[in-house]
Design a protein around this ligand. Structure first.
Ligand code: TYM
Length: 330
C-alpha cells in the first residue's frame, strides 16, 4: 500500500486553514493508505518557544487531531522529536542541498524579513528537515495545503539528488495530495490571502460561539457591489471561500444571487457564516476538551505512534547508510 505522511507545526491551535488544507484529507486517506501523521515540534524551534510550552503544544495538536477524527489505530500519530532517525537523514540531505537554493525559498525570505534578528540555520534548512520527515518513510503522497508547494518541490529535489548522486532508485519523489481538484488555500478574516497563525486572522477549531461570531462580524468587507454581476473583490471572495467550505451549497448560492443583484447585506452574510462555522466547530470543540483531559491516553497514543514511526524510519535509515557507504562497525 502507498505510504502517506504529513505533519503540522505545534505553534498554537488548529485553525480552519489547517483543517480544510490538510486534516480533512488525513481523515479520508487513513482508510485508503498506509498513513503516518505527526506533530512537527522540531520545526517550531525556529522561533524559540519556551521549554514549558513544547510538551503542552504537542498535546494540544494531538487532542485536536483525535477530535477531528484521526484514528491512531488506522494512522499512527507521533511527535517528530520522538523519532531521532529523522535527524540523521536531515544531516545527509543537508550535505546535498545548496545555500543558493535554500535562500531562494519564499518562506525563508519572508521569515527572514519578519524576524531579522533571528535568521537561524534551522530556518534556512527548514525544507530539508521537511524532506527528511517525508523521505524517512519513503512516502509517496503528502496531504498539504497550497502554501507547502515550494517545500514539496524541495523534497522532490532532495529525493532526486540523493538517487542521482548514489546512482540508485531509492527514494520515490513525493507528491502533494488533496481530494479536491486544486490544493486548498483558506483565506484569513483580515482580507489577506491566507489564514495563518502568525497573521492573527484565524478561526480556531476550539473557538467558542461567541469568539467565532466576534471574529466573523469583524471580517474585512468593502462598500458593496457597484453593478449587477460584477466580479467580487478579494476581501468578499474570501468570505465566500469560507462559506463554500462550511455552509450548504444552497446558502452559498443564495448569497451569490444577492451579490449579483446588488441586494447583499454583509451583516446577514456574516451572521450566516458565523452560524455555519459554529455548527462545524461545536462537535469538534467538545471532543478536543475530552481528549485533552486524558493525558495518559495522549501519552499512550504518542508512544505507540513513535514505535511504529521508528520502525519505518529505521528500515529506511539502514538502507541509506549502506547506500552512502557507512557499514556497521559495532
Ligand atoms: P503548518 O503547520 O504551517 O500547516 C499545517 C498544514 O495546514 C496547511 N495550511 C493551510 N491550508 C490551506 N489554507 C491555509 N490558510 C492553511 N494554513 C495552513 C498547510 O499547508 C499544512 O499542510 N512545513 C509544514 C509542516 C511540516 C510538514 C512536514 C508537512 C513539517 N514537515 C512533512 C508535511 C510533511 C508547516 O509548516 O505546516
Amino acid at each position: 500500500m502507498e505510504k502517506v505522511v504529513s505533519g503540522i507545526r505545534p505553534t498554537g491551535n488548529l485553525h480552519l486553514g489547517n483543517y480544510f488544507g490538510a486534516v480533512t484529507n488525513f481523515i479520508k486517506m487513513q482508510d485508503q493508505y498506509d498513513c503516518l501523521f505527526f506533530i512537527a515540534d522540531w520545526h517550531s524551534l525556529t522561533t524559540h518557544p519556551k521549554p514549558q510550552d513544547i510538551q503542552q503544544s504537542a498535546n494540544t495538536i494531538l487532542s485536536e487531531y483525535l477530535a477531528c477524527g484521526i484514528d491512531p489505530e488506522k494512522a499512527p500519530i507521533y511527535v517528530q522529536s520522538d523519532v531521532p532517525e529523522v535527524l540523521e537523514l536531515y544531516l545527509y540531505l543537508n550535505m546535498n542541498t545548496y545555500l543558493g537554493e535554500l535562500e531562494r525559498v519564499t518562506t525563508f525570505k519572508e521569515k527572514a524579513r519578519q524576524q531579522p534578528d533571528n535568521v537561524n540555520a534551522g530556518l534556512l534548512t527548514y525544507p530539508t528537515l521537511m524532506a527528511s520527515d517525508i523521505l524517512i518513510h519513503r512516502a509517496v503522497k503528502v496531504p498539504v495545503g497550497k502554501d507547502q508547494e515550494q517545500n514539496m518541490e524541495m523534497a522532490r529535489k532532495c529525493a532526486r539528488r540523493f538517487n542521482n548522486i548514489y546512482g540508485v532508485d531509492f527514494f520515490p519523489e513525493p507528491q502533494s495530495f488533496h481530494f479536491t481538484a486544486n490544493a486548498v488555500k483558506i483565506p484569513g478574516l483580515d482580507g489577506s490571502g491566507k489564514m495563518g497563525k502568525s497573521q492573527d486572522n484565524c478561526i480556531y477549531l476550539k473557538d467558542d460561539a461567541k469568539t467565532i461570531r466576534k471574529k466573523v462580524m469583524k471580517a474585512v468587507t468593502d462598500c458593496g457591489p457597484q453593478a449587477p454581476n460584477s466580479p467580487k473583490p478579494e476581501v468578499i471572495e474570501n468570505l465566500f471561500t469560507l462559506m463554500r467550505v462550511v455552509s450548504k451549497p444552497e446558502t452559498v448560492q443564495f448569497f451569490d444571487e444577492k451579490w449579483n443583484d446588488c441586494s447583499i447585506r454583509y451583516g446577514d452574510l456574516k451572521k450566516q457564516l458565523a452560524e455555519d462555522v459554529e455548527a462545524f466547530c461545536a462537535p469538534i470543540r467538545e471532543k478536543i476538551q475530552a481528549y485533552a483531559a486524558d493525558t495518559d491516553n495522549l501519552r499512550a497514543i504518542a508512544r505507540r505512534g513513535a514505535e511504529k514511526a521508528r520502525e519505518s524510519a529505521n528500515a529506511t535509515l539502514q538502507e541509506v547508510r549502506q547506500i552512502i557507504g557507512f557499514h556497521k562497525t559495532v
